[in-house]
Design a protein around this ligand. Structure first.
Ligand code: IPE
Ligand code: IPE
Ligand code: MG
Length: 238
């Protein structure tokens, strides 16, 4: 984003991204699907760094959904291998950039090797505050809500308000996303943050995730700036 744009444009506090289209990006180039995932990782690093630079406070990335376990075994194991490699060598760099990392999702299906790496990274970056990065892994929005209900049941709670309930969601205490982006032309939520997107502005682009360079994020942020967030009111009341 150009410097003069930065001063005029309001940066969303929380951006959530459904990073989609890796497989189709590869297919278009007659490459195996996994080549799309490899290129997608490159974009993740650039987007995280860009968000930290332009002053986004919270970034939530949908990396692997609960439903994605149903993909062919070779693809799932490739993705897990890729994830572990990134956790090993790249994510410590994020610590140096002042990023606080948290992994949200069920996680019980992830290998113990991945789980211990995740835990290590969360601990390492616990006191960072430049950018709060949530990586949704083995995540499902329905799971998020259900695990919150189960925690309340354990506490034998008989009545909750919305703000009490939120405290049990995996994304707590982060604010809700202001801007939700989905790449690749799909216009569905695919079981992403169902509660938290109640008032998010949703930006759908046909660009495949491996082509989503920082400029594309700037375009999305500019679009966000054209939205009028009325929260049920009318324009004249704002
Ligand atoms: C998103 O890209 C990455 C993951 C879900 C892990 P896809 O792999 O869904 O790519 P398409 O939708 O098949 O093109
Ligand atoms: C959703 O993408 C999950 C991630 C982007 C990680 P999918 O590509 O799996 O979604 P569907 O199944 O097409 O809705
Ligand atoms: Mg997809």
């Amino acid at each position: 984003m150009a410097k003069d744009d930065e001063s005029r444009i309001s940066i969303p506090k929380h951006i959530a991204i459904i990073m989609d289209g890796n497989g189709r990006w590869a297919k278009k180039r007659m490459l195996p699907r996994v080549a799309g995932h490899v290129r997608g990782v490159k974009r993740v690093k650039e987007i995280v760094e860009h968000c930290a630079n332009i002053g986004v406070d919270y970034l939530t990335l949908f990396a692997f959904g609960r439903e994605n376990w149903q993909r062919p075994e070779e693809e799932v194991s490739f993705l897990m291998k890729l994830l572990y490699e990134q956790l090993e060598k790249e994510f410590t760099k994020l610590h140096e950039q002042g990023v606080k990392i948290r992994f949200i999702g069920d996680k019980t299906r992830l290998s113990s090797k991945i789980n211990s790496k995740i835990f290590e990274l969360e601990q390492l970056t616990l006191n960072n505050s430049r950018l709060h990065l949530n990586v949704a892994l083995d995540y499902s929005g329905m799971y998020d809500i259900t695990q919150a209900i189960n925690k309340l049941l354990v506490e034998k709670v008989t009545h909750v308000t919305e703000s009490d309930f939120e405290k049990y969601l995996l994304t707590y205490p982060d604010p809700h996303p202001d801007l939700l982006i989905r790449t690749s032309g799909e216009a569905r939520m695919s079981n992403f943050m169902l509660w938290q997107i109640a008032y998010s502005e949703c930006y759908f682009t046909s660009v495949f995730w491996p082509d989503f360079k920082t400029h594309e994020l700037d375009v999305a942020i500019k679009w966000f700036n054209t939205r009028e967030r009325r929260y049920g009111k009318i324009s004249e009341q704002l």
